[in-house]
Design a binder for this molecule. Structure first.
Ligand code: GLN
Ligand code: ZN
Length: 773
């Protein structure tokens, strides 16, 4: 029996990599210094895993930006537009960062490669680009270099490669008439030469990550998998291959996978615990194949329940024997924070809750303990086991987690709680009467610029260096200015500006019961960007109003209807670490009820328009289509639960951005928000086709300018987009707003852009003979 790790966080315990990269990008440190930082992080990680008794320690899991981009560099799939940065005789890392981030320097001006979410995680990878006549070459030998680097430290590692099939399928075809998988014959020779070099360097095990196997593959794609791994086994008979998919079950790819001549097969037993039974009972596992049992959760922060993990290990041992077992995390530990030991402030994370948790370092210890226990016939009396069981018990019975009132409220929900009183047509008439908005009403998505001043004051207040009253006064000043400005610009539906908020999920999490936070619980989101997700450990409720004060304050400053601004239950769930002792759907319902309480309080205070943001609803979709309906049912249900209790005359908005909506348009309509604002400008309103074809019933605010750039759009550009929108949707349904919140923008461009936007809306009104305001 061996312990095997699939990957370790590479940002460093104190985000050293983030700091070093950002300094290098702004010319504050040299390339040598950056490389040194990378080297020292790798060394720390390897040494730590070695100390923690991990038998198969990964290498090449380190990356300066992203492992998919590393692969692009390895196989030399450099898009044409970067060729000039390559030729200027610079280090390959500069080319690499140019692809990741774009480059404007010395007459070079290239945009970055596209970035998108890695399966159903919040990690973003750089999307490979392929052309029809794509050529590959072995450009980077990072994987070999890092294997040798570890070897020089006396650590024999298991190099990790992103498998060729997943790599190709994650890429995007540039140009028509071909499919990326057709490039496989050209790509494979590069993998072969890398494998040769690894073998020469002394590598024995190689891990191939093929997470695409957790999605529905076509017959042709399954054949590609077979071809690749049969070919590798034939050409490298002495190389031991570990094939790893994660984030779900092999499902319809299982037959294919079981027939492969690989040496070990990894199973994500957190997401798909039943997969083990299916495999063992099928008796189709080849006699020579090891199973890597992913029992320790690589996607969440909870301590492993030894008792249930040991049951899975036991069952496997009965059938395969001890030698054929690896004990592993369910996936790379990239997706969890580094080290729970760094959490030493009981006011931020209480000892009681901390006792239930494990971060990456602690998960290594769990792997080691599980191996020790599994090899001990009397493990149930071993101290490691008893301690773990006691901790599990404390969690199960904790008063911090279980709130009978909250549970009862969820149980008593009935179908009416998910439905508005009247259908949209009727609500619309009442709302028109009540709100008296012009045609093409103008609004924004919620946040206004979070200037340095705003962030500095918040951080001073949090540190205790600014008195609460002074901070409140400051926020009042900012909110007052924002309202005055919106009045001056002539926006029909102003917002308070969200100056008091750090982050759209954290702000609510901090005020809800059942949530906790960490000081150092960072995980990589993309490149040097890290996030510190809230942790939902218990039943969720809302002890006090969360946004009423600032929304009402803003409303007191203007005659216009201020739009209240909340984050929706699915987005709060999606961007947090969620408790694993009950269904996500139940947790989501609890959050929905907390948001509903807030919605009703806002309404009570005279707020007649309330926006509940759900930008993360699309990204929560399961990897396999067969699971979509179930997810959508509870996710859409949670949104409706959080918004349906209002009067007909209260107008509910929602906002979504930066995702494909076409395949879930029915569900978006089912949300039954009175108005949906969505990002649209970058696709030149193409997105609206879906709404048109589907005949979307309610009102829509397609974003008319991109908030990612400081560029101020012209009136004509916006008019053009609005006319496009008017071609597919009746004017009576259209709202006018930017793509997303303005918090990352500066004030100058924000003012200008909004003025342009308002004047475009006025021109639209005039064109249909409506008074301009
Ligand atoms: N109301 C939020 C804001 O304006 C919405 C952010 C988002 O869509 N991600 O910042
Ligand atoms: Zn948005």
């Amino acid at each position: 029996m061996k312990t095997s790790n699939l990957g370790y966080p590479r940002i460093g315990a104190h985000r050293e990599l983030k700091r070093a990269c950002e300094k290098y990008w702004s010319n504050k440190i040299s390339l040598e210094d950056l490389i040194k930082t990378g080297k020292s992080i790798r060394k720390e990680n390897w040494k730590l895993q070695h100390e923690k008794g991990i038998d198969l320690i990964p290498s090449n899991d380190f990356s300066f930006y992203d492992q998919v981009l590393d692969t692009t560099l390895m196989v030399g799939a450099i898009p044409e537009r970067y060729k000039s940065t390559q030729e200027s005789g610079k280090n390959i890392l500069d080319l690499y960062f140019a692809m990741a981030r774009g480059l404007q320097k010395d007459g070079v001006d290239v945009i970055a490669m596209e970035m998108t979410k890695w399966f159903d995680t919040n990690y973003h990878y750089i999307v490979p680009e392929f052309t029809r006549d794509q050529e590959f070459e072995l450009l980077s030998q990072k994987v070999v270099d890092e294997f040798k680097e570890a070897k020089a430290l006396g650590i024999h590692t298991k190099p990790v490669l992103l498998g060729p099939v997943t790599y190709l399928l994650l890429g995007k075809e540039k140009g028509e008439g071909f499919h990326s998988i057709e490039l496989l014959p050209k790509l494979l020779p590069i993998y072969y030469s890398i494998l040769e070099k690894l073998v020469d360097a002394g590598a024995t095990w190689v891990q191939f990550d093929e997470p695409i196997l957790s999605t529905d593959l076509s017959h042709g794609e399954q054949e590609a998998i077979s071809k690749v791994y049969k070919g590798i086994a034939e050409s490298f008979p002495n190389l031991k291959t570990l094939l790893a998919s994660y984030f779900g079950e092999y499902g319809n790819n299982l037959e294919t996978v079981l027939s492969l001549p690989v040496c070990a097969l990894h199973l994500d037993l957190k997401r798909a615990p039943n997969q083990l039974n299916v495999i063992l009972e099928s008796k189709k596992l080849k006699k020579s194949v090891f199973l890597s049992l992913g029992v320790v959760d690589g996607r969440n922060v909870w301590k492993n329940d030894f008792s249930s993990s040991l049951k899975l290990i036991e069952k496997t041992r009965e059938q395969l024997g001890e030698e054929r077992i690896f004990i592993s995390p369910s996936c790379s530990l990239l997706h969890v924070p580094n080290d729970l030991d760094l959490e030493q402030n009981g006011k931020v994370l209480s000892n009681e809750v901390k006792d239930w948790m494990a971060f990456a370092k602690q998960k290594l210890e769990e792997l080691q303990s599980l191996k020790k226990l599994a090899q001990n016939p009397n493990y149930s009396s071993h101290q490691l086991f008893l301690d773990n069981a006691a901790s599990m018990d404390r969690r199960r019975n904790s008063k911090l987690i279980h709130k009978p009132k909250v549970k009862l409220r969820v149980e008593q929900l009935d179908e009416k709680d998910y439905r508005r009183q009247s259908p949209f047509e009727k609500r619309k008439i009442l709302q028109e009467r009540h709100l008296k908005l012009p045609l093409f009403p103008t609004t924004t998505i919620g946040s206004f610029p979070q200037t340095q001043e705003v962030r500095r004051n918040r951080s001073l207040f949090k540190k205790g260096a600014l008195q609460e009253q002074d901070y409140i006064n400051f926020l009042m000043e900012k909110t007052t200015e924002a309202i005055a400005l919106q009045e001056e610009i002539g926006l029909d539906v102003p917002v308070h500006g969200e100056f008091e908020r750090n982050d759209m999920v954290e702000y609510f999490g901090e005020q809800l019961e059942g949530f906790t936070f960490t000081q150092n619980g960072w995980v990589q989101s993309y490149g040097s960007r890290c996030v510190k997700p809230p942790i939902i450990y218990g039943d969720v409720s809302r002890p006090n109003p969360m946004t009423v004060y600032w929304t009402s304050f803003a409303q007191s400053l203007t005659e216009k209807p201020v739009k209240g601004m909340l984050t929706g239950p699915v987005t709060i769930l999606q961007w947090s670490f969620v408790r694993d002792d009950q269904d996500r759907s139940t947790t989501c319902e609890q959050i929905a009820l907390a948001i509903l309480d807030e919605v009703l309080d806002l309404q009570e205070e005279g707020i007649n328009i309330i926006q509940v943001d759900e930008p993360a609803i699309r990204e929560g979709l399961p990897l396999r289509k067969k699971d979509w309906d179930e997810y959508l049912k509870w996710a859409i249900g949670a949104f409706k639960l959080s918004t349906s209790g209002v009067k007909d005359s209260t107008q509910i908005h929602t906002h979504m951005c930066y995702s494909e909506f076409n395949d879930i348009i029915q569900s978006i309509a089912d949300m039954d928000a009175d108005v949906i604002t969505i990002e649209c400008s970058r696709s030149q309103m193409e997105l609206l086709d879906a709404f048109y074809e589907f005949d979307y019933p309610n009102d829509i605010g397609p974003g008319v300018y991109d908030i990612h750039s400081p560029r101020v759009p012209s009136t004509d550009e916006i008019l053009n987009l609005l006319q496009k929108a008017e071609n597919v949707l009746p004017a009576s349904k259209l709202w006018v707003n930017p793509d997303c919140g303005l918090k990352t923008r500066g004030w100058e461009e924000t003012k200008e852009a909004l003025k342009v936007m308002v004047s475009a809306a006025q021109q639209m009104r005039e064109a249909v003979g409506e008074p301009s305001n």
